[in-house]
Design a protein around this ligand. Sequence first.
Ligand SMILES: Cc1cc2nc3c(=O)[nH]c(=O)nc-3n(C[C@H](O)[C@H](O)[C@H](O)COP(=O)(O)OP(=O)(O)OC[C@H]3O[C@@H](n4cnc5c(N)ncnc54)[C@H](O)[C@@H]3O)c2cc1C
Length: 489
Amino acid sequence: MQTPFNLIWFRRDLRVADNPALMAAVATGQPVIAVFIHSRQEGGDFALGAASRWWLHHSLTALARDLERLSIPLLTLRGGSLPMLRRVIAALPVASVHWNRRYDPALIEVDMAVKDGLQADGVGAHSHKAHLLLEPWEIATGVGTPYRVFTPFWRKATATVRAEAPLPEPHVQAWSNDLNQVLDGAKATLPLKTLSELNLLPKLPWADGFSAIWHPGEHGAQERLTQFLSSDVQSYRQGRDYPAERITSRLSPHLAFGEISPRQILAMVHAHWNSGMGLPPDADFFVRELFWREFSYHLLFHFPKTPTENLSDEFDQFAWREPDATLLRAWHMGRTGLPIIDAGMRELWTTGYMHNRVRMLVASVLTKNLRYHWLHGARWFWDTLVDADLANNTQGWQWSAGTGADAAPYFRIFNPVTQGERFDPEGRYVRQFVPELARVPNKFVHQPWSLPATELARLGLAGTPYARPLIDLSGSRADALDAYKQRHD
Ligand SMILES: Cc1cc2nc3c(=O)[nH]c(=O)nc-3n(C[C@H](O)[C@H](O)[C@H](O)COP(=O)(O)OP(=O)(O)OC[C@H]3O[C@@H](n4cnc5c(N)ncnc54)[C@H](O)[C@@H]3O)c2cc1C
């Protein structure tokens, strides 16, 4: 009988170290082949957005290099997951397929169907935990229900997570010539695609600036973490709220694509401080954010309708407004006339990222001042964020809109002027992304419309949204509060 192969099916775990599915496939002692299947339609309502596709292209390029170094061949295909796996299995003798779990509701369905299908075909199908510190079903409240409030979740989660050493890169045996011939024969019968044939990169040059900022792939992720631990983490607790400081880790796209695992991050944080005595407060605060990510996944798993439906049914009758196309477009493109909102939306468009505090502000303006349903924002973020992550995005939008778990109450409406003055006091962030405001004095940079008309004219701002914003902050705030009061009528 021919030596059977074992497949590692890569999805949102694009790394070779601390990859339990890869390790398990290698541990069979039989030859391992990596498979990636681009099945965009399987994401359903949340098929991979444009910025994520840009990231995926570059992340797969990096993964292919790493697999080549380990002498693991990578087969890249496009189509339905189960049909494509079956094509590979028909072309090669395959004993088992290994993968790491994912949690988007539509993808859980796909994975269950794949498992059933492979098992019915007599092929081993093994799923592994790799994306989270805790599986969403591992902890529950005292009465056995899912958590809806962060602090008790966090307490239980930190008490439950065990400190585990991440797995190393696997050591792979070199293949015999016979096996290489079998693989070459199989390849000739498969509808393999090159990376460029997956058509992941945008047709327009919109993402051209991303490469200067981001380094997708496992090495980029490790470098980012090392750099963060050597400097910015020391002022994380205070600094994380100031968008111009760029203090936060920017690991989110690397985490979203599984180029680094939360277990690796935790281990490196503890190793950095040799932390038998506990972590310094700033590092502890950073670790707490990783548990917000765990909380998001816990919520998504237990409330799988929340990517499109309110978690809190209190909002099911809420009078959201039908979006005005011009206003929605102005919000998308950062042309509302509200400086910190425009800076955030332009940061998103030009870099694929937005600072967390500014995400909260732009979400507050959309869902409260404009009173548009949070899904309009969630979908735009989904398409334009390189770190688009269904669990975190859903939780972030529902939190901001007041419809989610442990959410900011709807009546808490951020004022972008006072928030800007507090968290971007010199207007450095605003000026970076809204160059029209470069010459506006600090005192007015978050409310340029308060400048005298002569000054507005001198600065070239007369007749622009910075002389008269498209959104009336106080009027829209009062309207939103009225709508909130009447939500049950
Ligand atoms: C409206 C809105 C939408 C959001 N959409 C996404 C999204 O699609 N993808 C995404 O990863 N995050 C999202 N977030 C959460 C947060 O803004 C980002 O995780 C964070 O800005 C990423 O930057 P960082 O890696 O430098 O974070 P750091 O501050 O360095 O935090 C480290 C990691 O912890 C996790 N984390 C941090 N803050 C949060 C949070 N509030 N909720 C859940 N996890 C968190 C992330 O994985 C992050 O990479 C959203 C927040 C809001 C308010």
